[in-house]
Every structure is written in structure tokens, then in C-alpha cells.
Design a protein around this ligand. Sequence first.
Ligand code: COA
Length: 258
Amino acid sequence: MAFVELEQRGHVGLITINRPEVLNALNIQILRELDQILDQVESNEDIFVLVLTGAGRSFVAGADISEMANFSASDAKTFSHHGSNVLLRMTRFPRPIIAAVNGYALGGGCELAMGCDIRIGSDKAKFGMPEVGLGITPGFGGTQRLARIVGMSTATELVLTSRIIDAQEALQIGLINHLYPADEMLDRAVALANVIASKPQVAVRQSKQAIRIGTQIDISSAIAFESEAFGLCFSTEDQKDAMRAFLNKEKMTAFKNR
Ligand code: COA
């Protein structure tokens, strides 16, 4: 692939967007490659958790403005659908995805980070939604996800002003979970991924889906979904082994993920 790389580190898949000469600006090709990487991961049962980062000094500095500049309204709508579909696929993806935000996460880059389940940032990360300043709205789900993550009032201010915030402010508003020095951040992200990868994966995947679905449907339907997930876990060997180990005062060292 030209712009997206997948490296397997144990049970963690590290995806790197690699187009540093334009700060990893997202073009149609990158969206296509991201989709193909998800296909690869889906058929690799050995990758449990994904970490997504950017090469160089940027995570992703937005959608590619040189590609978008001459879009017709119809081209723009198609591009928005395409990007939104890839991000929706990430949100629904059965394996958890951690955004390791190393630098600029602007516009489509901030949206990409928000399409992940967990975001952590380096002290060099910067976040923002500059679209309105370019005469457009966010187009890859940003208006929806930012409001859900940081609340409607803060999201509205950030989108309408195009203000870029640093990692400290991103931490304060809950856009990232943790903030680390730049030279540690990726290792910390992979370490977090490894913690999740060490848990029983049926419970991990069911929990991700229950949390995600709960933001989209009414609470009683969401709780019904959770009950289904809870019941399903009781048909796994991991539940039996883990509870037996607890009762026998033993430590579980490895799960079977079934
Ligand atoms: N689309 C296309 N090209 C982009 C880009 C984008 N979103 N973001 C950066 N680039 C390109 C620049 O045009 C420049 O290319 P050049 O070397 O051929 O001139 C290169 O990446 C480096 O960017 P530059 O602006 O020189 O770096 P900087 O450190 O001075 O500024 C930013 C960094 C992120 C503040 C600035 O590049 C920027 O504002 N980018 C656009 C962000 C944006 O509006 N994104 C949302 C799009 S909807």
C-alpha cells in the first residue's frame, strides 16, 4: 500500500498513516487503504487490538485540501459518504482501536481519532475542526462524534470558531484519555493495547459493542443489548476458567478467547 502500513506486534496491530510530506492529509487513496487494512485485520484472528498513528510530526492534518478544492457538491457528498463509512466501520469494528495522536489531528484527522474507541495524545498533539474556516462543515461525522465525546456546548464552540487546542486542553475536555511526552506516547499506546489484548476477547468485544450501541439507542434497548452480551459471555470457556480461578484463589495467566 502507498500510504497506510500495518505492523503486527504480538496481538497488537499498529496502523501508521504515512504521507508525512503533506502531514498525512487524507485523500481518497488513504481512505481506501484504511478500509483494506481493516479487511486484513478482520481475517487475522491473531490481532486483538489496533493502534492508529501518523508518521512524522502529524497524526492527520485533515482531509486533503488540494484534492477537495475543486470538488462539485456531488463529489463532496460522495467523499463524505466514503470517509464516513470507513469511520463507521472503525466504530463498529469488533476489535478495539486506540488513536495514538502524535501531532496535528485537524478536521478529518480529529474525526479519524474520534472514530477510534480510545484516544491518547503526545504533548505535541494539536486538535481542531478548521472546516468552517474553509467554508465547509465537518464531513466525516465530526459534528456528531465531537458533541458526544466533549458535550454539545464545547463541540459547538470548537466547530464554529475553528480554534485549535493543545493536548493539555484536549485532556481537560475529555477528547483524549491520557497525555504523554512525545517520545513515550506510542509505547504507552501499545502498552494500553497489550493490557486490553491480555483480557478475554469475547468479553472485550461484547463490551465495546455494548458501550457503542448505548450511545445510539434508547437506554432500555441498550440495557437489553447488554443483557444479551452478558448472557453470551457465560457460554465461553474464559468465563468458566476465570471464575473458577478466582474461587480457587488462583491467578489466570492466559485466556483461550473462546
Ligand atoms: N491538505 C493538503 N495539504 C496539506 C494539509 C491538508 N489538510 N495540511 C497540510 N498540508 C500540506 C501543506 O500544504 C504543506 O505542503 P507544501 O510543503 O507542499 O506547501 C505541507 O503539508 C506542510 O504543511 P505546512 O502548512 O507548511 O506546515 P505548518 O507547520 O506551517 O502548518 C498546519 C501546519 C497543520 C497548521 C497547516 O498545514 C494547516 O493548517 N493545514 C490544514 C489544516 C486543515 O485545515 N485541515 C482541515 C481540512 S478540512
